[in-house]
Design a protein around this ligand. Structure first.
Ligand code: ADP
Ligand code: MG
Length: 237
């Protein structure tokens, strides 16, 4: 088995608050893994640990066979981990193209090559026609795609998507689903936090369920959708 990411007994505490506890799972190259759980379950915290925004309090994270536990986010980006944010963080006064060039500059010191790379990712994400407008002019759905384009421009092996379908219309959700499928075809693995079940269930190879900071279930989408432990966690929300 070709393990891309291995999270082992990961814990994250904020003072006395236990946001993540004893979380273990792995992700294979090119796989789409869905991460679900009620609000406050610890999904974004887990992303922040994997992407190097917070050092974990306990446990280890291995990526491509290397121990990357506690590495800061720029190093994680260099290793090949990219992310989007639950609350979009575009550079509003910069153009759409410039936003994506920020990602492309990670591996390309030449501005003209970064420009070319950013244009390609904008096209891939269906944003070419918006390249020269300020990012703040984009709709929510477009801003989410812009974050994906910026993350892809860093040439990741693993993309962490935090609720990219939140607030989208049903047809925009279907477009986002299509985008994730084409990302997978490029061989990029995706770990996806998602509340929109019709967005994540059809595309996930594997699902992980968190509740109160702990992993309470994992399996195929079909398996977890009829798991009584998972249903109880959602009924309690
Ligand atoms: N930087 C932080 N400082 C203190 N508490 C935090 C911080 N980030 C998250 N938390 C807490 O950790 C818990 C899990 O939050 P989060 O990971 O955002 O959950 P989810 O993304 O599943 O909704 C919550 O109780 C939240 O208030
Ligand atoms: Mg969250």
């Amino acid at each position: 088995m070709n393990k891309l990411l291995v999270v082992d007994k990961l814990g994250k505490h904020f003072g006395g608050l236990v946001a993540n506890e004893d979380i273990s799972f792995h992700l294979e190259a090119g796989q789409i893994v869905g991460l679900i759980g009620p609000n406050g379950a610890g999904k974004t915290t887990l992303f922040n640990c994997i992407a190097g925004f917070y050092p974990p309090s306990e446990g280890t994270i291995r990526f491509l066979g290397n121990d990357i536990t506690g590495m800061p986010s720029p190093k994680m980006a260099h290793m090949g981990i990219a992310r989007t944010f639950q609350i979009v963080r575009c550079f509003g006064s910069m153009t759409v193209l410039e936003n994506v060039m920020v990602g492309a500059m990670l591996r390309n010191k030449s501005v003209s090559i970064a420009h070319e790379r950013a244009s390609d990712e904008l096209e891939f994400c269906g944003l070419s026609s918006r390249a020269s407008v300020p990012a703040s002019d984009l709709t929510v759905a477009e801003q989410r795609r812009l974050e994906v384009a910026r993350a892809l421009a860093t040439e990741p092996h693993l993309l962490l998507l935090d609720e990219m379908m939140a607030g989208l219309t049903p047809s925009e959700v279907q477009e986002a689903v299509g985008l994730v499928k084409t990302i997978q075809k490029r061989g990029i693995a995706c770990l996806i936090v998602e509340h929109v079940m019709e967005g994540i269930m059809p595309i996930a190879d594997h699902m992980i369920v968190l509740d109160y900071g702990r992993k309470i279930a994992e399996g195929t989408p079909a398996e977890i959708s009829c798991d009584p432990v998972v249903l109880a966690a959602y009924l309690g929300e």
